[in-house]
Design a protein around this ligand. Structure first.
Ligand code: CDP
Ligand code: MG
Length: 133
């Protein structure tokens, strides 16, 4: 089934001028870019976007990191886009991410892992609405 999902290129990657390289991997893996935006995340949006993680021990660090620089958001379409993007992105911890995945190549740590990818049908719809409303 053709689906849409959301990719965020996080501040550690935008700072290192890796936007083009990451979007190239996305396009080469069969995703079509339907919508694209460069922005900075404010505190309110961070709390809404990552609501499920508020209160966890890594949350304050995650929020500071996401507010620390430019973010690129891409709404993507493809057959099985949600699962295929999670596969291409790899494990949350870049040290554990399979060779050739985006996080294995561009991640710096478990927190600064270069990209976000929606993890399900509901979160994809919610996150696309939140970023591209
Ligand atoms: O991004 P993903 O869905 O793979 O992981 P998550 O469990 O939903 O966590 C969201 C983000 O929080 C991760 O991508 C990391 O940037 C950060 N995180 C962290 O810094 N330390 C953890 N132990 C777990 C997540
Ligand atoms: Mg997640």
């Amino acid at each position: 089934m053709k689906q849409r999902t959301l990719l965020l290129i996080k501040p550690n990657a935008t700072k290192k001028n890796q936007i083009g390289s990451i979007l190239k991997m996305i396009e080469e893996n069969g995703f079509e870019i339907e919508n694209l935006k460069l922005f900075r995340m404010g505190g309110e949006l961070a709390d809404e976007f990552y609501a499920e993680h508020i209160g966890k021990k890594f949350y304050d660090e995650l929020k500071d990191f996401m507010m620390s620089g430019k973010i690129v958001a891409a709404e993507l379409s493809r057959e099985d886009a949600i699962l295929k993007l999670r596969e291409l992105v790899g494990n949350t911890d870049c040290e554990k991410a399979a060779l050739g995945t985006i996080r294995s190549i561009y991640g710096d740590s478990k927190g600064e892992n270069a990209v976000h990818a929606s993890d399900g049908i509901e979160s994809a719809a919610r996150e696309i609405e939140l970023i591209f409303q």
